[in-house]
Design a protein around this ligand. Structure first.
Ligand SMILES: Nc1ncnc2c1ncn2[C@@H]1O[C@H](COP(=O)(O)O)[C@@H](O)[C@H]1OP(=O)(O)O
Ligand SMILES: [Mg+2]
Length: 353
């Protein structure tokens, strides 16, 4: 049996089920957005997806720790939001009964739901097994009906071993034209699950497939020259400097406009060859990237044949707790482009000092 086969299966089904919940929440407009203390939005979808995924992990791997983005403290007193999360959970089931059973079935009651959400408080670290979970990455994209991703990765002794991304608004077709705009994907079936196991390649498949048993291998493309490459970057200028990125593109002779997209959908997109380079250039020197914002995507791109480093050319270090405190930014590109892209990144950033 391939390594981590059960982990991959459980993670894929858990992400599929959680993605279904987020789509329901979006379509039923039960958004219940509140702002966290850092002013970032959190929705019924974030809490519901975190509860469902953690319940599935705890059923199958009771000894594993979980580093999840959300905590349940603001749900303790807010009965309105809490009951909306509970209703979303109760009405979300996979259509395959056997798959539901593999995940351990639904959560029993509101108390169990709160306990599941709170179980994402692990501090991570360099030893043993833990899961890094972002129940909705790109919440702003989710709220505007754009790209977002449900992200889950297993880290063992500091190495990412399994990564899964559910991207409900990306086209299923790996060859579809590269755009973040959902209306451009008109005529394309949407909803894709990306997955990778370290040393065993990366895949994509339709999220709508009942049993998730049709993965297809994906590969990064190598454009004939840098000038032909397509960049992608965050929509939010606070998350990655659009100005620095434009200066780097200019230096590399890239003339195509960058594709802006929320969430780890960017990692999935370049891994399938829809886009060639992903840059995340620090805007604030004090911001520490969170492990759940990168773990799944980093493995998927690496297994699709890409190279990913930080802006100094260092590998991302997932042993440092809940954040990537030893790294700044992301430079992800096809093997034949990475060295040139990194050099241009460093020249542009050094010139600013
Ligand atoms: N100053 C910042 N620099 C980089 N990333 C940030 C910053 N502030 C928030 N983020 C994170 O960027 C992620 C979305 O990235 P993208 O722009 O690629 O869609 C969010 O998970 C968000 O984390 P958080 O959820 O803690 O707000
Ligand atoms: Mg996130």
């Amino acid at each position: 049996m391939a390594p981590y086969a059960k982990e991959l299966r459980v993670a894929s089904l858990a992400v599929q089920r959680a993605t279904l919940l987020t789509q329901r929440v979006f379509h039923e407009k039960v958004k219940g957005t509140e702002l966290k203390s850092d002013k970032s939005p959190v929705t019924i979808g974030d809490y519901g997806a975190q509860a469902l995924i953690i319940a599935a992990i705890r059923h199958n791997f009771p000894d594993d720790a979980i580093v999840g983005e959300e905590d349940s403290s603001s749900l303790q007193d807010n009965t309105d939001i809490r009951s909306q999360v509970w209703n979303a959970i109760k009405s979300t089931r996979l259509s395959s009964e056997s798959a539901e059973k593999e995940l351990g079935g639904s959560i029993k009651n509101e108390q169990a739901m709160l306990a599941a959400i709170s179980a994402g408080s692990s501090t991570g670290g360099s030893k043993g097994r833990f899961w890094a979970l972002d129940p909705i990455d790109g919440t702003k994209g989710f709220l505007r009906g754009g790209q977002y991703a449900v992200c889950l990765a297993l880290i063992v002794d500091g190495e990412i071993e399994v990564g899964v991304l559910g991207c409900p608004n990306l086209p299923v077709d790996d060859q579809a034209s590269f755009s973040a705009d959902i209306s451009d994907a008109e005529g394309h079936q949407r909803g894709v699950l990306f997955a990778a196991v370290r040393g065993h390649g990366a895949t994509s498949q339709a999220l709508s497939d009942d049993d998730l048993k049709q993965p297809k291998a994906i590969q990064m493309k190598s454009p004939p020259s840098l000038a032909d490459a397509t960049f992608c970057e965050s929509v939010e200028a606070d998350h990655s400097s659009h100005g620095d990125q434009a200066a780097i593109a200019n230096k590399l002779g890239i003339t195509k406009p960058s594709v802006r997209m929320d969430s780890q959908s960017k990692y999935g997109s370049i891994a399938r060859g829809a886009g060639d380079i992903y840059l995340r250039l620090p805007v604030s020197q004090s911001y520490e990237e969170k492990i759940w914002d990168h773990a799944a995507g980093v493995l998927i791109v690496a297994e699709a044949g890409g190279i990913i480093t930080d802006i100094k050319g260092k590998k991302h270090d997932f042993t440092q707790g809940r954040t990537l405190k030893k790294n700044k930014g992301v430079v992800a590109a096809a093997k034949n482009l990475h060295a040139d892209v990194l050099k241009a990144v460093q020249e542009v950033l050094d010139a600013k000092q």
